[in-house]
Design a protein around this ligand. Sequence first.
Ligand code: MG
Length: 323
Amino acid sequence: MRKLIIFTDLDGTLIDHQSYSYSDAKKALKKISDDKIPLILVSSKTRAEIEAIRQDLKKDGFNINHPFIVENGSAIYIPRDYYDANLRMYANDANSINFCHPEFISGSHKILKPSNSAGRQVQNDKQNSNLNHFSIISKNQFQIIKISQVNYQDLIKILKEIEKQIDGKIIGFNNLTPQELSDECGLTIEAAKLAKKREFDEAFRIEPDEPELYNQVKKLIYEKGLNYTKGGRYAHIMGKQDKGLAVGILSKLYKKQFNNIRTIGIGDSRNDLEMLEVCDQGYLVANPKKPVDSTIISKKIHKLKEIGPKGFNKIVLKIISKS
Ligand SMILES: [Mg+2]
């Protein structure tokens, strides 16, 4: 039997876009927890924010002690000794993991050839070759696979340069106080402080809020050789990573562990499409405020009518009951 692995976005998917609550998904979370199904949280949120959500889940009695992916695929946090295999067995040197190792070449997840079906710029083979090695850091109770190769402060400088070239104002998380961030997205002050602890990717919005300005900025970011994506609320500038690449890497590790796996991806926004593509099945829950442009959604991705955690709850219970 294939081992079921579920990858999920947080904002607008497992947790409600407005209330930030996962209460509508509690039945599915209980089933996931009881059946010991790996549930991987994959978010644009920071490590600090995701750790807080893991704590909440734990307090509510859900056992979700699995790896998680932060800041749109910038790094993967793996609880120490989570996998039987030592990650370093694939390493060329003591501090990096080589995903071109023969162990990783076979299998259905082609992590080194990003798809362009989600509207992303296709990276050429030369650029892909830079993605073969990722450093591993051991810190506290985690082993961290660091995918991002760009410094956060450099991203802020680049955004400032780009702002000079457009007829608008770029407002990044670094420009906002916790109070301002709390006011504009409804987080508590404490949660806003955690949201500002960005390490790899900068979240921003543009004033005025016009699609044409976002397109201009996206183009300028690509020209700098960086990646752009857009979540439910904010756009993001980051290195050459995305959620799909990180999910592909974790899928490889699960395949080593369980041999036969079935991966499910659930999201709600443009920045989830690469993740959904790389899974065996992808599901897009409804986001009535910011529906994803239907022209960039591939046939492989199923759209659900239910919004956020209600959609998550329904599809997860359905998949588990049939597996
Ligand atoms: Mg989302």
